[in-house]
Design a protein around this ligand. Sequence first.
Ligand code: ZN
Length: 412
Amino acid sequence: MFWTKVFIPTLKETPKEAESLSHQLLLRAGFVRMLMDGAYTYLPLGLRVLEKIQAIIRQEMNACGASELLLPALHPLELWQKTGRDKDLGEVMLRLKDRRGRNLVLGPTHEEIITDLIKNNISSYRQLPLILYQIQTKFRDEIRPRFGLIRACEFIMKDAYSFDKDEAGLDRNYSLIFEAYKKIFLRCGLKTLITEADSGIMGGKVSHEFMAPAALGEDVVCVCPECLQASAAGESDLCPKCNSKADKVNTIEVGHIFKLGLKYSQALGANFSDIKGNLSPLVMGCYGIGVSRLISAVIEQNNDKDGIIFPKEIAPFEVIVLPLDVTNNEIMKEALDMYNQLNAKGFSILIDDRDERAGVKFKDADLIGVPLSIVIGKKNIEEKKVELRVRKTKETFILSKGEALKSVADLV
Ligand SMILES: [Zn+2]
């Protein structure tokens, strides 16, 4: 794509309203803009990253045998009253009345909604096990939205639900998704600590959190330097496994999985008939990923003084071509040729076709974090060479065009 056709409003100055590094970089690099406290617009580059993360999530969830659906964001309050969670969530739940006087809710999560669906559409053990997931916009009436995408009132989540006939089935699905989560975060270039956690208002007995270490993180995790055990920091800073003094690490919660058991199926009457014809409540698990905040967590972990360093799997583009002087026909001809050849090979390419100084182009390329740049300037053309720059290491290589194409294929 051409820079002049994509909307990339980069900023030279750091916006004052942004408290965290990731929020500053998202604004400066032209990925998001704030509409109001807690609600954000994804600009074209931000949306590309979001879509790449969603594609990874879909691949790994589908590989677990899960199917995607889409539940409504607008719910009847009545359904939440049946489980009592309208009270548990209290003021966090965005409530409204429509013109017919119906009490409605903008969904903060979807356990009640999916259980109601399954209750009316599953009746026999023959239809089990089943894993369903969605990628949806959710709402929380945060008293203090903070850190850009990290604590917003409107945010995007992937939530999955497993339905089984017994605990053994739930254990199998839980481990399957546990492993899928490790792959998802690894592919997104995110380091996470996994802790056994409190199930809180979700209910159930067992839950695990996937916590991304980041300076601004509000959840503190203890990590044992001896046995590497991570735990939900309590009063003691001693490792629960080996009793050594543990280090405290600030983290952002990016994933949380729960063995819900029978909480929702019993409350909402979601039963199935077993092989003998007896009715039993479905055994459920639920599995969340904070998709939009994941972008911030990745940026918190992958940056330097010049901007974002995107891991290649979720970068908005894999390569940026930088013609240093767009008024020079020879440079533009070479740059477009490079662009077309890379495009034909299936790479995602941005070409900076702005009539800007070289310094501005280098700065912006570093800021938006594209893993590789191919620089085409006057000197390179005379030598029939191009310059390949690696964003992460700042290494540069002077190569022939053929060598550069091969290097891109090797590095991406
Ligand atoms: Zn230990």
